[in-house]
Design a protein around this ligand. Structure first.
Ligand SMILES: *Cc1c(COP(=O)(O)O)cnc(C)c1O
Length: 435
């Protein structure tokens, strides 16, 4: 190894303390994304973190190796205080996890190879045989399937409630879940939310769920999938959630070029999940972690622009004679939903549902006529995407349940990107003309 003529005793070689405040002023996440959790001094002065392609890490001494393994195996809580092996953690993932924590005001975060890996490992870490999961509905189809089909194999059951439920309705659901758990000889192990629901954008009252869980004295975490509004437009830990869940594939990655996931919250909630991730694997790979750090530098810019674009596009669509309605958080019709929005959300997002006059045929005509917007599932990327949930993402949902969830044949889901807004409006104009 070359020392590049740097004197190791020079102050230039000493790691710098992390700067999160200047004169008592807390630095904002958008500032911290450019350097937080990384010190160039430790990597030959490289301004950006190198990608650490290594499966294992050399211990300074045998005693250090022992101490690290005490952390990994849970003999000491909180994980290892040094790097051991890349299934447990590695530099790119650690920096990424530090930066993800910043956005949600969380003590700790864990990264995963996909949103679904994050969700599955999280649920497996908390559910024991005969337990009950309480969840809002609808959930992302794969999350709903994991609870109903995979956890069911281990005797775990669930009770669900519609996203817009009131405090009284949530109380009743929790009471039912406790009775179900007593009967099965288990406990209520998790309250799992997703807000807003996809594709209808119905919001869950997180504050009401918190009050309800506390009143019932449930000793379990409230987790919430914040993929649709996070990290910019909703910070659920501020409303009383314990664990925030992301598919980083969407707004955080933001360029439709990677798949990853994360969870964040207090260390005590992260530790059991970290232990299971250590055993199972499923941690994000170093290259993807590096790409996500690049994405986090622009996440605020991108989300702001996409949000502004969506507001302009929705203003246009709302006036159009071929449009029956919009499921857009900037144009809520229901007073209770508006109240939840005002208490929980900092922005209306850029993913919404468009209800056309007609049915599947009209939607297909519209989708096939789009010239800028791409016909694809997913959301939160730089490009505008459109899809037809009833025949695509929600095709496996039974027709009765689809109707209950408001996923009608005339519904198109749109995720607005960061293109020029007038170009997008021109595209939607010509596609609507073709219907
Ligand atoms: C995409 C998505 C997921 C799954 O994430 P992957 O990264 O595709 O595994 C989970 N929840 C929501 C709300 C999503 O949109």
């Amino acid at each position: 190894m070359s020392d590049h003529d740097i004197d190791p005793t020079s102050p230039r070689m000493a790691p710098k303390p992390e700067v999160t405040k200047i004169d008592g002023r807390e630095l904002k996440p958008s500032t911290l994304m450019m350097g937080y959790g990384y010190d160039p001094v430790l990597s030959e002065g490289s301004l950006k973190p190198p990608i650490f392609l290594t499966s294992t890490f050399a211990f300074p001494s045998a005693a250090d190796g022992k101490r690290h393994f005490e952390g990994i195996t849970g003999k000491r809580p909180g994980g290892a205080d040094g790097l051991v092996y890349s299934r447990f953690n590695a530099p790119n993932q650690e920096i990424l996890e530090d930066r993800l924590s910043v956005w949600d005001g969380a003590e700790d975060a864990l990264s995963f190879s996909s949103g679904m890996t994050a969700i599955c490992v999280l649920m497996l870490a908390y559910a024991s045989q005969n337990d009950v999961i309480v969840h809002s509905g609808p959930l992302y189809a794969a999350s709903e399937g994991f609870v109903a089909k995979v956890l069911a194999k281990f005797g775990v059951t669930y009770v669900d409630f519609p996203a817009g439920a009131t405090r009284e309705e949530i109380d009743a659901v929790i009471e039912k879940a406790q009775a179900q758990a007593d009967e099965q000889g288990g406990k209520v192990c998790m309250v799992y939310l997703e807000s807003p629901g996809n594709p209808t954008n119905a919001l869950v009252d997180i504050e009401a769920v918190r009050t309800s869980v506390d009143a019932a004295q449930l000793d379990c975490p409230i987790a919430i999938d914040n993929t649709f509004l996070g990290p910019l437009w909703q910070r659920p830990l501020d409303q009383g959630a314990d664990i925030v869940v992301y598919s980083l594939t969407k707004y955080v990655g933001g360029h439709s070029d990677l798949v990853a996931g994360s969870i964040a919250g207090a260390k005590k909630w992260m530790d059991p999940v970290r232990m299971l991730r250590n055993t199972m694997g499923g941690i994000c790979d170093p290259n993807t972690a590096w790409m996500l750090m690049r994405s986090l530098e622009t996440v605020e810019l991108r989300m702001n622009r996409a949000g502004e674009n969506a507001a302009k596009v929705c203003d246009f669509l709302a006036q159009h004679p071929k449009v029956k309605g919009l499921g857009y958080l900037g144009m809520i019709k229901d007073a209770r939903q508006q109240d939840i929005y005002d208490r929980h959300c900092k922005g209306a997002g850029s993913t919404f549902s468009l209800l056309l006059k007609g049915g599947e045929a009209e939607c297909f005509r519209f989708l096939d006529s789009l010239k800028i917007a791409k016909l694809a599932v997913s959301l939160g990327g730089t490009e505008t995407l459109a899809s037809h949930p009833a025949s695509m993402t929600h095709l496996s949902v039974a027709e009765g349940r689809r109707a209950e969830l408001g996923i009608s044949d005339n519904l198109v889901r749109i995720s607005i990107g960061i293109e020029d807004p007038d170009d997008l409006i021109a595209d939607f104009t010509q596609a609507l003309e073709a219907v």
